[in-house]
Design a protein around this ligand. Structure first.
Ligand code: GDP
Ligand code: CA
Length: 308
């Protein structure tokens, strides 16, 4: 069975780690968000792709919740001493990856080529595909002004309420090599419990990806990132309240209108009234450990197999 998953960073990666023990990783394609990508200190950083890489190859720091395990920060200390940009936390081990990626890109590789090379070297069994090789970048319109994603998220600690989300570059962007094949050859399409606006939204903003989902002939199942109407981490609940009008499963489903056949929600959010054609599937969705993530992934795959 081929499974293709749309994913953001940390929430998506946790779900994917569970999925890897439910289906053969060799049959999993991951379409990752690149609209959080940033150029820092001359280096190209792809935080969501890297969260997936680190988590699925046993390199992530699960206690901190992001970045690499056994990390140190000496390079960044020097950056700070020299008055350089040190607001975005780049650890020494993490920097090594960014050096290699940047070098590959400078040598003419596409982001998807560079990602494939890095994934192979790290021993990733699943296929990790950036949604696009074109520059798509998320901007948040807030009462304090419009900010690039990482300025809003990291530098300002996502404290500003969001009035609108823009995906700069998306209208011109085309899917990276392999993305449409992964969608067309999938037996099941999943949308990870990632932030609908800033992780999944930019993937769906690539029109050919959205069209492939709209025209799918196989089931697509999304997993809600909310538990009891609240984000497990991050601003998804606040964004849903302000942008969709609430945090119920129906509000989550409204982010994926016409794109999903079922929405996996937490037992705390059930029973749920969903738009016509979207089946609610209630289960425990808090991924407290690998086993919980595995059960959630199994529920999502089973939901796809269930008759409509
Ligand atoms: P980011 O790109 O690193 O911000 O990560 P994602 O967008 O992939 O994931 C962030 C989302 O994951 C947040 O909205 C969280 O609510 C959600 N999330 C994190 N852990 C869990 C969990 O255990 N269960 C569920 N259902 N959602 C989770
Ligand atoms: Ca992200």
């Amino acid at each position: 069975m081929n499974v293709t998953v749309l994913s953001g960073g940390v929430g998506g990666a946790r779900f994917l780690r569970g999925l890897m023990s439910v289906v053969d990783p060799g049959n999993v394609s991951i379409i990752g968000n690149v609209a959080d990508d940033i150029e820092l200190l001359g280096l190209r950083v792809s935080p969501d792709l890297d969260s997936i890489l680190y988590t699925l190859t046993g390199r992530s720091d699960d206690a901190r919740g992001w970045g690499r395990a056994d990390e140190s920060w000496r390079a960044l200390e020097t950056v700070g001493e020299l008055g350089g940009e040190d607001w975005f936390r780049l650890g020494d081990r993490d920097l090594g990856l960014h050096l290699v990626r940047t070098e590959l890109l400078r040598g003419g590789a596409t982001l998807s080529d560079a990602t494939a090379r890095i994934a192979r070297a790290f021993g990733l069994e699943a296929r990790l595909l950036p949604a696009t090789d074109d520059p798509v970048r998320t901007f948040l319109e807030t009462p304090a002004g419009t900010f690039p994603f990482q300025t809003w998220f990291v530098a300002r600690g996502h404290r500003d309420e969001v009035d609108a989300v823009h995906y700069a570059g998306a209208p011109e962007a085309v899917p990276a090599h392999g993305v449409l094949d992964a969608l067309n050859e999938a037996d099941v399409i999943l949308i990870a419990p990632s932030n609908p606006y800033v992780s999944i939204g930019p993937i769906l903003a690539v029109s050919e990806i959205r069209a492939a989902l709209e025209e799918r002939s196989v089931p697509c199942v999304a997993v809600s990132p909310l538990v009891g109407g609240r984000a497990v981490k991050g601003p998804a609940d606040r964004m849903l309240r302000r942008l969709a009008g609430g945090t119920s499963p129906a509000h989550v489903a409204s982010c994926y209108t016409g794109l999903v056949d079922a929405l996996v929600i937490d037992l705390a959010d059930a029973p749920a009234e969903l738009p016509h054609g979207v089946r609610p599937v209630a289960t425990r969705t808090l991924m407290t450990d690998l086993d919980a993530a595995r059960q959630l992934a199994a529920a999502a795959v089973d939901a796809a197999a269930a008759p409509a």
